[in-house]
Ligand binder design. Structure first.
Ligand code: FDA
Length: 503
């Protein structure tokens, strides 16, 4: 049924009875807009036509999340969950349907991190950022680290819900590969840990995409060891400097280099930038590169030695550093000046030289953005495709992330370029299904269809995106969903639909 405005009034009343009023912001609260905007990354989802929540609840305790879920279920108002607000489609705080009545549970105040050094584990709340996590872990033990993504303002909650890939995944896997326990509130408002939720649900929340199974409040993670110093480099090659030949060699070697070494590539304009993180010293990096990848001509002059924490504070698009580690990792101001649109692909067979030549011609066009190529292999190859919902494991050479960006209203040229380029790339990437990464969320590949102001979701229609994000794991995710949330309370444009058994 379509929640009416009356039910939203009753919903707010219900929240006020159970949650301290200073933690509930309604559209008439003076600072509603500031709280809504606080972690929005993408200005295209902060406009006068964006569907806004009727309220934002900012819990300071698990009981507030439980109360919000119970009020929402009782009164037919859905909740969207926000941790860091970096969702590429803004699904943690906006609805694609202009009529949907929904509330937001914003976990930004639930952000504590406690590290258990003897045990080499940590509990981290979903509202913490990955920058805060890196900082807490490495300040506790300078040789401890955690595998996750590259932009420090990403929220732990959404990031872990979808996987969490980054510069040390070839050695240590995704964030979800190191999650050993979690606490969450399910659709019945119960607070559960791993033992309470059971292994199926625990499996599903580690990579099955945010916003489908409940509200994960905190995660217990296994920390990993890194050497006291790591080495990074960034080497740009233009077309005249044989960028294409070097890329051809990169496709061959990057997924099979020693797992301590990750060399990723950014292609933008008429150049490819090779950016590396090596968990070791400059001299052994120079020797490995000389043996395995001499075409890049990397020398000790390219090396920059630093701690792992310092490397995590480098800019994720060019490996440059500005300001202190604290400025880079602890500031929660994510800024809203640049609008973006992203997409993703996985490559299982090397892209031909001829195709690379054509790809570069796309990057000479008006509206072109960039692609980031991140090699898999190493640890990633050792994890069975069904061990977690993230299925892109053995056999994947690299993931491609496409990003276009613009300021103001000028998005048309960029988004049109991206759509056409993505069509072109379909010939050169994984097929049947064409794979995609749920954390690079893309509503173009399919969504639950709005009907009468509500959202309908079926297992069949969800295959359009579900099988691309999760491949063979989609069906198990939908079965878990049916077991834990059969009425599909936690639902958004790309949530996993319940696979209900027909009687
Ligand atoms: P946000 O709060 O927007 O949530 C994302 C989704 O998860 C929403 O559907 C939301 O409802 C749900 N959700 C959030 N918290 C939840 C919780 N506690 N329980 C249940 N559901 C929850 N990825 C990557 O793997 N490696 C990388 O290097 C990068 N780099 C990167 C850079 C930049 C600039 C951006 C904008 C994004 C990335 N990403 C990435 C993608 C990122 O991992 C993805 O957007 C995450 O979902 C963001 O998590 P947030 O908590 O910030 O998002």
């Amino acid at each position: 049924s379509v929640p009416s405005l009356a039910s939203s009034d009753e919903f707010l009343q219900c929240l006020r009875e159970k949650i301290p009023s200073e933690l509930v912001y309604t559209q008439s609260s003076g600072n509603f807009t500031d709280v809504l905007a606080s972690s929005i990354k993408n200005p295209k989802f902060f406009t006068t036509s964006t569907a806004r929540p009727v309220c934002i609840v900012t819990p300071s305790d698990a009981s507030h999340v439980q109360a919000a879920v119970l009020c929402g279920r009782k009164l037919g108002v859905r909740l969207r969950v926000r941790s860091g607000g970096h969702d590429y489609e803004g699904l943690s705080y906006r609805s694609a349907c202009p009529y949907e009545v929904f509330g937001v549970v914003d976990l930004a105040s639930l952000r504590s991190i406690s590290v258990d050094r003897p045990d080499s584990t940590a509990w981290v709340d979903s509202g913490a950022t990955i920058g805060e996590l890196y900082y807490a872990v490495a300040k506790n033990d300078s040789q401890a680290a955690f595998p996750a993504g590259e932009c420090p303002t990403i929220g732990v909650g959404g990031h872990f819900s979808g996987g969490g890939l980054g510069m040390i995944m070839r050695k240590h896997g995704l964030s979800i590969d190191k999650v050993v326990d979690a606490r969450m509130v399910n659709a019945d408002g119960d607070l559960l840990d791993r033992a309470g939720m059971g292994e199926d649900l625990f499996w599903a929340i580690r990579g099955g995409g945010g916003g489908s199974f409940g509200v994960v409040l905190s995660w217990k993670v296994q920390l990993v060891q890194v050497p006291p110093a790591v080495t990074v480099f960034s080497i740009a090659k233009t077309l005249d400097q044989c960028a294409i030949d070097i890329l051809m060699k990169w496709q061959d070697v990057a997924p099979s280099l020693p797992a301590d070494l990750t060399v990723r590539v950014k292609v933008q304009g008429q150049q490819a930038v090779f950016m590396a993180l090596y968990l070791g010293t400059c001299s052994s990096l120079v020797s490995t590169m000389g043996d395995r990848f001499p075409e890049l001509n990397m020398t000790s002059a390219d090396c920059r030695s630093m701690t792992w924490l310092e490397s995590a504070a480098l800019s994720f698009t060019d490996m440059s550093s500005t300001g202190t580690v604290e400025d880079a990792l602890l500031s929660r101001a994510s800024g809203m000046s640049i609008a973006t649109k992203g997409k993703s692909d996985y490559v299982r067979s090397p892209i031909s030289k001829n195709a690379w030549k054509k790809i570069f011609s796309w990057f000479a066009m008006n509206g072109s953005g960039l692609i980031m190529l991140e090699p898999h292999g190493g640890f990633m190859d050792t994890v069975p495709a069904d061990a977690t919902p993230y299925p892109h494991r053995s056999g994947v050479l690299y993931v491609i992330q496409y990003i276009v960006f613009w300021q103001g209203d000028g998005g048309a040229a960029s988004t049109s370029w991206l759509a056409k380029f993505y069509d072109f790339m379909g010939h050169h990437v994984s097929k049947n299904p064409r794979q995609a990464y749920v954390n690079f969320r893309d509503l173009d590949i399919g969504q639950n269809v709005p009907v009468n102001g509500n959202v309908s979701s079926t297992f069949e229609s969800g295959k359009a995106w579900g099988e691309r994000y999760f491949m063979g794991n989609y069906q198990r995710l939908a079965s878990v969903k049916a077991a834990v949330d059969p009425t599909d309370y936690f639902r958004h444009e790309q949530s996993v639909p319940p696979l209900l058994q027909r009687s």
